[in-house]
Design a protein around this ligand. Sequence first.
Ligand code: IPD
Ligand code: CA
Ligand code: CA
Length: 267
Amino acid sequence: MHPMLNIAVRAARNAGKIIANSFEEQDKIETEQKGGNDFVTNIDREAEFAIINTIRKSYPDHCIIGEESGEHKGENPDYVWIVDPLDGTTNFIKGIPHFCVSIALRVKGKLDQAVIYDPMRAELFTASRGAGAQLNDYRIRCSKAKDIDVTVLATGFPHKCKHHLDAYLGMFKDFFIEASDIRRSGSAALDLAYVAAGRVDGFWEIGLKPWDTAAGQLMVKEAGGLITDFVGGPNQDKSGNIIAGNSKVTRAMVKTIRPHLTEALAK
Ligand code: IPD
Ligand code: CA
Ligand code: CA
């Protein structure tokens, strides 16, 4: 295992322990509202602290961007860790055991290492650039679906950007008609890991942040998949709008989404 992936795994397991332990003791969870339909708990913050400490011990000069604590500058700007300590906070707060820790490392602008860890199922998804993607050390690959009509798709509702609701419902309706079925799990990072593992055939969501998708993007690519924005281009990080699947499914999804694009979503 790449030494930096090894540290990412250690950090994710440390955070996962904190999250899983407190999931059993719901009375210790303190929830705060960060913004519209956007929540954070003391556990998100504790988990992020544990991750940053683990990374910093081995790589004190690397930069770290954490969802909850923001940017931690380091002397070496070539290495940037992107951390979502708890993806699926709403599930966590409601006692739904579906959430994860997501950690990615970007080297000189390119995604290089990725970990997505589901502490409730002890499922560890890992990927290293050029070396494939794994689930608990077994190689994973995106599904082989050739058409949307045989797919199960995953999506996230635009609950933090409800002004996109009409456009989203248009896409949803077409996908609902075309695909076999659709899932909304509440964790975008796990959705992407599941695309990489072939558990779902495709995924789309509006308005995601870099920490939601950084690790998942590398995972899907290393599992042989394709990630694009809503116009089939590479600007998913800038726009926050993402499509993932094997290349056939992603391209077909771009076509289905096209008629529903507003000016804001076509960027
Ligand atoms: C959220 C989850 C959810 C997605 C939201 C994300 P958080 O992340 O990934 O599935 O629909 O848009 O913000 O807030 O639980 O880390
Ligand atoms: Ca997230
Ligand atoms: Ca989060």
